[in-house]
Design a protein around this ligand. Structure first.
Ligand code: FAD
Length: 444
């Protein structure tokens, strides 16, 4: 049984953020445990990103994995390669860290700070609040076997299952049709002369337009509504700053959810790389856009036949296609995540619109105490912190959690000189590692 001060349930980006911050502030590695079965903190993200073909992050220079913000990632990149271009781009807000470079940094931080030594390689199924002899949490695996205890717990569980429109979910169960219906986040290949329906116009879908067109295939972009918003990040930039977060928190829960629905739905970045590829596709008559939804799907001469209907004009009708790619993301309900559903059921937590109504510090109501915190981060927290499911948002919530733990434990904090030395040594080790990687081309 692991008995620690801090437990991170989930082993992705958020877990590394919390771990690195905790070490930086002054916790010892043995005071922290990270629960989960991934190979590394970047594995889940990298699986999705590589299936999408993402090469640069959408976020900018401030979003990275060193415990303190300085040096920014553009500075690190420029220093690593003795090249001022990242700095010049960053000044104009046109710098996005390469996926290879940012994962190199994350992996350096993982190994350098002993993250892997503090892993409990099991999935957590259950948490129980104990109040005596002191407030803490008991942690169980998915077979209800005890795994550990911790005074403070943060749930960094990432996304729930992938989401599919009903008729496509049914087609995936069919042995003849199933292989031809995939999510943008799943592994896939495009046949050179194939014809693919790509559902949605969010970032994942736009990536798939470009991937299919680059492979020589034809794309039919299928949108439920005529006009998605165009913007560069999941949330408007002002919401990445404290002022924006305060304004967001002043909205009622319903207003927040409605606001998120507006800004997160169907947003896609405007990037030269993608636009060029799509324009070329349009010029070659290989890209088409339809408004409607797939109502029926069967086997057809090209592989699939899909019937599309529309609420905004004439029905497009039956189309012969090679495959369907859904940019429909993840199931929105947090109750689809077993640990959350069990907590809600066991402790009667307040739920609205399929999300726990969190405290403003991302605490779980009724279970979160100043002396023994239980909070959530990542997507689970985006009804409190609008950009929670980004690297910047993870950092914001992770830091708050760690500082609260430090205060509750009356931690003797690491001195400024020691923090600076740690940050600089992590930065220079990262720079050395980045120097050994191939530079990722910027696409904005
Ligand atoms: C394709 C893609 C591109 C993105 N691009 C950007 C970008 O450019 N910039 C940006 O800022 N953000 C970006 N994001 C968002 C960013 O990746 C997420 O914010 C981040 O990964 C969330 O971290 P997390 O720790 O909450 O979840 P994850 O990194 O998903 O990790 C969660 C982990 O917890 C594990 N887990 C789940 N349940 C349990 C359990 N019960 N017990 C133990 N372990 C469990 C999972 O297996 C998983 O490994 C992108 C996301 C995707 C999918």
């Amino acid at each position: 049984m692991e008995d620690t001060t801090i437990a991170v349930v989930g082993d992705g980006f958020g877990s590394l953020m919390v771990y690195a911050t905790a070490i930086y502030v002054g916790f010892r590695p043995e005071q922290i445990a990270v629960y989960g079965t991934s190979e590394s903190a970047v594995a889940t993200y990298y699986g999705y990103a590589s299936n999408l073909g993402q090469t640069v992050l959408r976020s900018e220079s401030e979003s990275h994995f060193l415990p303190a913000d300085w040096p920014t990632f553009a500075q690190l990149d420029a220093w690593s390669r003795r090249n001022p271009v990242p700095l010049l781009r960053s000044i104009r807000r046109r710098y996005n860290p390469g996926v290879t470079e940012i994962l190199t940094e994350a992996t350096t931080v993982e190994y350098r700070l002993g993250y892997h030594d503090r892993r409990v390689r099991t999935r957590v199924g259950w948490l129980e609040r104990e109040t005596s002899p002191e407030p803490r949490f008991l942690i169980f695996d998915e077979e209800a076997r005890p795994l550990g205890r911790a005074k403070h717990v943060v749930l960094a569980l990432g996304h729930g299952p992938l989401s599919f429109p009903r008729c496509l979910a049914q087609a995936r169960e069919d042995s003849e049709l199933g292989d031809r219906v995939v999510q943008a986040y799943e592994p896939k290949g495009y046949a050179r002369d194939g014809r693919y329906v790509v559902i949605g116009a969010g970032i994942a879908s736009v990536n798939e337009w470009a991937n299919a067109l680059e492979a020589g295939a034809k794309v039919i972009s299928l949108l439920r509504n005529p006009a998605p918003d165009e913007q560069d990040l999941n949330t408007p930039r002002c919401f990445f700053e404290a002022f924006g977060i305060d304004a967001f928190q002043e909205l009622t829960f319903q207003q927040r959810v409605a606001f998120l629905g507006q800004i997160l739905k169907g947003t896609s970045p405007s990037r030269r790389g993608w636009i060029d590829v799509v324009e070329e596709g349009i010029a070659e008559d290989r890209f088409d856009q339809l408004i409607g939804e797939i109502e029926e799907i069967t086997a057809g001469p090209a592989g699939l036949a899909v019937r599309v209907s529309s609420r905004h004009g004439p029905d497009p009708g039956w189309l012969d296609v090679t495959g369907v790619v859904c940019g429909t993301g993840f199931v929105r309900s947090t109750l689809a995540i077993p640990v959350i559903r069990r907590l809600v059921e066991q402790y009667g937590l307040p739920v609205e619109d399929d999300r726990i109504v969190l405290l403003s510090n991302c605490g779980v109501p009724g279970l979160d105490l100043a002396e023994s915190r239980l909070c959530v981060m990542g997507l689970l927290a985006n009804n409190v912190i609008p950009h929670a499911d980004t690297i910047a948002g993870l950092k914001y919530v992770g830091r708050r959690f760690v500082i609260d733990c430090a205060e509750a434990e009356r931690l003797r904090r690491r001195r400024f000189s020691s923090r600076l030395a740690l940050q600089l040594s992590l930065a220079s080790e990262t720079a050395r590692a980045i120097r050994r990687t191939r530079r990722t081309a910027q696409i904005s």
